[in-house]
Design a protein around this ligand. Structure first.
Ligand SMILES: Nc1ncnc2c1ncn2[C@@H]1O[C@H](COP(=O)(O)OP(=O)(O)OP(=O)(O)O)[C@@H](O)[C@H]1O
Length: 315
């Protein structure tokens, strides 16, 4: 069975991307002992060479889905596929995984621990040491190589965790909250690292509660609520489904917009109003009312932000 090819295609933003294997879940379901369907017929694809953001409120089922993908939690129904075939234990051994419960040993030196983990992935001792030292240098941790993990700040422990997940040229990355606790420069460093992997054709699935970050980063998005997928697609596709709002800027106070039929005032501050318009008639009524009162400086449609779409689909 052929799972990978070396065809090069134009990836996101025109970058050359090697073609790898897609990671898919089909009707994936997990029922816990108490009958809770924590993950309920979840279907989506994390395509080769793309960053797929996995979002949802607390308890939506993200971690449970990722654990089933990695085989650390049994599947009740449905399946995980990699490269077009049911996933195998051998496939999973080639994956980089950052679990929710961070799995570092507090009393072992950073370097020793990372070399050990790389060797488990089949990397030779020499290559492992070289790769670890290079990554520690890149993430600004070279001086801490001999320190025990427990002596590092939480953000630095998180960086070590990232290195652990990304070592040994993984064929897919499954990362549970990889950005939590990172400062902005560490986030940027992490993003650069992930892009190096997507350029090799690796599918990257990552969960996050930081919607601004997800919006900035990912090429695809899956939104979960109550164990089910409530929206999925590219950010542009999701934006088309969201409610378009308008920004109105008038000469005087804009408080009167609250009384216009078909106009929902989301926010009014002085002469600036953020509104949702029920239909074309509402647009006309709003403009007429505004012009009767004085100058209209602006009436602009706003593309919905991811945070807005998220609130709409998970409401
Ligand atoms: N081992 C378990 N036994 C019983 N219920 C569980 C177990 N693990 C998770 N759950 C439940 O499954 C649901 C989904 O939890 P999960 O941790 O997958 O959500 P999440 O989207 O990752 O949430 P968060 O963003 O808070 O980490 C929750 O209601 C949780 O309480």
């Amino acid at each position: 069975m052929t799972r990978t090819t070396s065809i090069s295609t134009a990836g996101p933003a025109g970058r050359a991307t090697a073609r790898g294997a897609d990671l898919e879940v089909r009707d994936l379901t997990r029922v816990f002992g108490d009958g809770l369907r924590a993950v309920d017929r979840v279907t989506f694809t994390a395509p080769s060479g793309l960053l797929t953001g996995f979002v949802g409120g607390n308890g939506a089922g993200k971690t449970t889905t990722m654990r089933m993908i990695m085989g650390v939690l049994a599947v009740s129904e449905g399946e995980v596929r990699f490269g077009g075939a049911p996933i195998t234990a051998a496939d999973r051994r080639t994956f980089g995984y950052m679990p929710e419960e961070r799995g570092l040993y507090p009393k072992q030196a950073v370097l020793d621990q990372l070399v050990y983990l790389a060797r488990l992935r089949g990397v030779s001792a020499r290559a492992a040491r070289a790769e670890v030292l290079e990554q520690l240098e890149r993430l600004g941790l070279a001086e801490r190589a001999k320190d025990h993990v427990e002596k590092l700040s939480l953000g630095n422990q998180q960086r070590v965790q990232i290195i652990a997940a990304l070592m040994g040229s993984p064929r897919a990355l499954v990362l549970d909250e990889p950005f939590s606790g990172l400062d902005p420069s560490a986030v940027d460093g992490m993003v650069d690292l992930l892009r190096e992997h997507t350029a090799r054709g690796v599918p990257v699935l990552f969960s996050s509660h930081q919607l601004d970050l997800v919006e900035r980063l990912c090429e695809r998005l899956v939104i979960l609520k109550g164990g089910r997928v409530v929206a999925a697609g590219t950010p542009a596709e999701l934006q088309e489904t969201g409610t378009v709002r308008h920004r109105l800027v008038v000469g005087g106070d804009a408080g009167w917009v609250r009384g216009v039929p078909g106009v929902h005032a989301v926010d009014v501050e002085g002469s600036v109003a953020l509104v949702e318009l029920a239909d074309e008639g509402a647009t006309r009524r709003l403009l007429t009312a505004a012009l009767e009162r004085g100058p209209v400086h602006e009436l602009t449609p706003l593309r919905p932000t991811l945070a807005q779409i998220f609130r709409e689909v998970t409401a």
